[in-house]
Design a protein around this ligand. Sequence first.
Ligand SMILES: Nc1nc2c(ncn2[C@@H]2O[C@H](COP(=O)(O)OP(=O)(O)OP(=O)(O)O)[C@@H](O)[C@H]2O)c(=O)[nH]1
Length: 318
Amino acid sequence: MQAKQRVLIIDDEKTNLKILSDILRDEVEVILAKDGAQGIRKARELAPDLILLDVVMAGMSGFDVITKLKHDAITSAIPVIFITSLGDVSHEERGLLLGACDYIQKPFHAAIVLARIQLHLQLARQRLMLERLANIDPLTEVANRRRHEEVLASEWRVAMRNHSEISLVMVDIDNFKHYNDRYGHAAGDRVLQQVAQQLSAQLKRPRDLVARYGGEEFIILLPENSQAGSMEIMENCRTAIENLGLEQVGGEDGQRVTISIGGITCRPGLKDKASDALKMADDMLYLAKHQGKNRVIWFEHEQGESRHGDATSNGLVG
Ligand SMILES: Nc1nc2c(ncn2[C@@H]2O[C@H](COP(=O)(O)OP(=O)(O)OP(=O)(O)O)[C@@H](O)[C@H]2O)c(=O)[nH]1
């Protein structure tokens, strides 16, 4: 069964809150906010599927509230419907221009309000489904490469602005061709799913991201994390996969499915490119494979001076 969608009602009149929640209660999970500031806070924290917003409120008006919601990346995509007694066309036009998806005037008919809300909830559900299709790898259910590229670009900018560290990590399943050849493609798919699940389980911070980069390769972003912290997480990932104990009889290096990991921690400067950092993480992955697989290799400053002179001179390594 599908989870109930959530509707946030922002209105400073208790009676209005009650009337609307009585109309909606059987259909959706209702969240109430008694003023604009509380509404914005709840929208950010609880990510409702739809917001019903009064225009005339003490303190912040509904027009102020929608302006703030639409300028905040966390809340900008949530559809907003104005429900108000302000009847003139100029107010309705202003509300719609500010980004509302509908404008309902009081007094209203409960059945009509409910029908319009249901329509917008259905649209919200479809939008979520499209977003999922665009961003999620269907086999492993982690982010896909497209999503990774989007997040990397924005996290790289944040790290530049804040002079903070960011780690980029490439992960590759060892001897996967052999696994597929011996146990079949379907079994190989299940390994990919389990590896993705284990990697995700080790990432605890909301901005950490694991994505399927292609084939049997994953990529991990750890914003605002030191080299030591990132290496510890990735060592935990490596042991978690080894401890799954997935049989790999006849493999080159032992009898279990394992992963190799290459990483880099950067404090990006103005001239640094995320693509260069990725290339270095990939070089570290190559070294991990070359040195015997089932290990974590990180880009080191000294090593960089000898092997990656360009990288250190442009300030990539923090
Ligand atoms: N089951 C399955 N296999 C895949 C998928 N995508 C890529 N592969 C397989 O992954 C294997 C990758 O093989 P290689 O690139 O030779 O690497 P490897 O055997 O892991 O060797 P090393 O990386 O050196 O340890 C190939 O056999 C691909 O067919 C997929 O979606 N499902």
